[in-house]
Design a protein around this ligand. Sequence first.
Ligand SMILES: Cc1ncc(COP(=O)(O)O)c(C=O)c1O
Length: 424
Amino acid sequence: MHPDDLLKFSLADFTYNDSPNVMDPPQDFERWVGDPRIGMAMSFFEQPLQGAPTPRMTLRQGMSGENRQMINLTSYNYLGLSTHPEVVAAAVEALQTYGLGASGAAMLSGTFDQHQRFAEELAAFKGREACLLFPSGYAGNLGAIQGLLQRGDVLVIDSKCHRSVVDGAKLSGAKMVSFEHNNPASLDQMLERHAGKRRLVVVEGVYSMDGDIAELPDILDVCESHDVPLYIDEAHSSLVFGETGKGLVEHFGVEDRVGVDFGTLSKSFGGIGGFVCGDANLIQYIKCYASPFQFSCALPPAVVAAMRKALEVATRDNSLREKLWKNVNHFRSNLEALNLDLGGSRSQVIPIIVGSSGEELIQLAMAAQQRGLFLQPIDFPAVEAHARRFRISVSSQLTPEDIDEAATIIEDVIARPLGLVGAA
Ligand SMILES: Cc1ncc(COP(=O)(O)O)c(C=O)c1O
């Protein structure tokens, strides 16, 4: 590998390890990752926050190693529930009662009264008969898909579905195929091609890299015409979309047409955990065959107690959701004025698509960080190579001043250098 060529490679190129010894990573990978230019890009990974994921927080910067006050546009704490005083108080109180960990898998000793009540409350919130909690959202998709499918079945997913869905297919042994993103005609073709098989379609509510939303009514029409059930991953849309925060199914009024409703507690809920809601007999069945549920410790009871409070706070009125949407609209109008490419975003996830140059993306990211913006660059292969980007996660906790200041920095360090507004 010639040094001049190093930047042509990405993380997508080193998954195959040709070393004879499994303990040795590929030599090319070591050469690549050791290059200072790649090191600079890597320095954006795992930068430690020095406090809560609030809009103003301190980050230890990967490049300089120094702590710096930042405006945080990266955390998934959409409704600020991670630091909501009532949520934190519920966790503290439960810690005193239950101790730290669950100390067991849910089937054996890891289920506490908190878990059972929360599962009932989540099911009621989603308007479903039952709900199953998982240690994480990733584990939830893995387990639910494993529980639903088997060898010989076909999982038909939107091409932009999350890795946990893809890995769920692997664990289940089912064949996995994808249809063009949000394209009902492509879905129709895929379902037709696999007619005669047991099939399941998976889409997301809000797509996490693009912030666009599933065209649910059209997708459901296609599913129903093939008599195939739909599984929706509402990781980024629960508590954000719909009159009462149920998610995209409520936004479109299609609750009764969706078979399985999946969510995670790590985004708007501000905690950790995954949950799957559906008919009672189905949830009972998944419970018995989902390895990530069976063979992993249950969620800490104090986290569950805090998540119960988070659900209560987020649903007792619409104030947090309304604040979030006000902030989304404010931020969007600032960004639109800068002529930035925001893709098809229709949610609190707003990408700023900057193009195909990885080097340019990292240069812009460095400049943003130097000006005090915690705004992560998203590079290939996480997104397509022609659409490298930044991704803003809007929070209800941002003040109008935070948003305006962040937009000014974006104007100076992204829009101007890209020539989208007046000269730098
Ligand atoms: C669409 C989607 N599904 C599932 C997950 C996994 O959730 P968690 O991070 O809670 O494990 C994520 C996480 O980013 C996601 O974006």
